[in-house]
Design a binder for this molecule. Structure first.
Ligand code: PA5
Length: 426
């Protein structure tokens, strides 16, 4: 991974970029030594290098069994589905289904979605992976109840036990109780790993392995990132990224747009939005994490970015090698569409030039930029990026003086919803 920063100067924060890097380094020290707030949720920091080999084997073996089915429904919301979806969407050819087909559920309360899903599953050979750390979240709990009910109407208890896996807390929560009672195989989400930092636990690894991707390579990428991103150096890319974000924030750039030039990364940006939004948006502070896919969104958001309120900075993820781009633009004898100047080039070449041109335009328009390049869209690079963003988020949250590992505000909608639904507390 390569990271570059554009338009560092001219932003009136509380010091220079190098001052912010020094502060970020102090915060990394606090994070890594466990002296900061939320320090009972730091289990994710050493996950890539301390992963239990037996658990990896178990995940791969379980995934192998589930791969005999035609469809696997992953039930979960927030940190309990976004990481898996991000990785699978990034790795999967866009017009192909994985085998087995992976479908997500319980990440919304849309009745249409779930009734159409039940219709779709009827008569098919499917299984379920239900993921909830707390084991009490309403959206996945309802979806699981519905889908399990469907299964019970159609399959024997023995068959269901082969097809249902639960990923949850070691002891607490209704899901753990239910899984034990029904005899479902369970994987544990460690106590000290919060939902949005759980992608490198069975929460992300089992679905990714079921989809047929290489979780060892994913963990290898994260492990390399762990070496680099925990280094006490102002050259550490996570330190620099956290520093730049906070310099931007203090300079009035309150929105960060995570941009990709590859549609396969659209869900990666959703994962990133949750990571930063839920970690930093507290105590009336925090950068608002937004996303865009270029060049698509240059034709919708481009005008605003170029000339609207000057409160945005961009972080662009660019994938260098697009080996499967076979879109060579042909010569056309009459050149009616005036595109012969591109003949012999592929579409990705045009995409690259669009990215370069956009960078120049946005810098001229007062939009500072961070450019992150990865060589390939593969497990290794995605693993690296996941860990890089997690560490950056921890450092950046501490620079804002908030606890990046809780999410008290998420409870407010639930309180009102439960009151309106007349939920009794038992
Ligand atoms: O980051 C978090 O903790 C949350 O976004 C959770 O992942 C999300 O609310 C789902 O929670 P649970 O896994 O307990 O069902």
């Amino acid at each position: 991974m390569k990271i570059d920063f554009f338009q560092i100067t001219g932003n009136s924060g509380k010091g220079t970029f190098s001052d912010y890097c020094e502060k970020a380094l102090e915060r990394l020290e606090i994070l890594n030594s466990g002296k900061g707030s939320g320090n009972d949720f730091l289990g994710w920091i050493n996950l890539p290098q301390s992963y239990d080999d037996d658990e990896i084997k178990d995940i791969i073996e379980t995934a192998g069994n589930l791969r005999e089915l035609d469809i696997i429904v992953i039930i979960g919301i927030g940190g309990s589905y976004l990481g898996a979806k991000a990785i699978i969407e990034a790795l999967k050819p866009q017009f192909e289904k994985t085998s087995p087909e992976i479908i997500f559920a319980g990440h919304n309360l849309c009745g249409n979605y779930h009734s159409e899903l039940i219709d779709y599953l009827t008569g098919k050979k499917y299984g379920l992976i239900v993921i909830s750390k707390s084991g009490t979240t309403t959206e996945p709990a309802i979806a699981f109840r519905l889908l399990l009910h469907e299964m019970k109407n159609n399959f024997s208890a023995e068959e269901i036990r082969k097809r249902v896996i639960a990923i949850t807390d070691a002891e607490k929560g209704a899901l753990k109780e239910l899984a034990d009672k029904e005899g479902f195989k369970t994987f544990i989400i460690p106590d000290n790993v919060g939902g949005r930092y759980s992608v490198l636990t069975p929460v992300g690894l089992l679905p990714v392995a079921v989809a047929g991707f290489d979780i060892e390579s994913l963990l290898h990428g994260s492990s390399i990132a762990q070496n680099i991103c925990l280094e006490y150096s102002t050259e550490n890319p996570a330190v620099k990224y956290a520093a730049f974000r906070n310099l931007m924030y203090d300079s009035g750039k309150k929105t960060e747009l995570l941009v990709n030039y590859n549609l396969r990364l659209n869900f990666f940006t959703e994962w990133w939005k949750q990571l930063f939004g839920e970690s930093e948006g507290k105590e009336n502070k925090g950068i608002f994490p937004a996303s865009a896919s270029f060049t698509t969104d240059l034709h919708s958001l481009g005008q605003y970015i170029q000339q609207g309120e000057r409160t945005i900075f961009e972080t662009v993820i660019f994938v260098n090698n697009q080996e499967n781009d076979t879109t060579f633009i042909p010569v056309n004898a009459d050149d009616n569409d005036n595109l012969n100047y591109l003949a012999g080039k592929n579409m990705e070449y045009v995409n690259t030039k669009a990215a370069e041109g956009t960078l120049i335009a946005h810098l001229e328009g007062g939009v500072p930029n961070i450019r992150i390049e990865i060589d390939n869209l593969d497990e290794y690079n995605l693993g690296f990026l996941l860990y890089f963003f997690e560490i950056s988020c921890g450092i950046s949250g501490y620079m804002l003086n908030i606890n990046p590992f809780d999410q008290p505000g998420v409870e407010d909608y639930k309180r009102n919803m439960f009151k309106l639904l007349r939920k009794n507390n038992r």
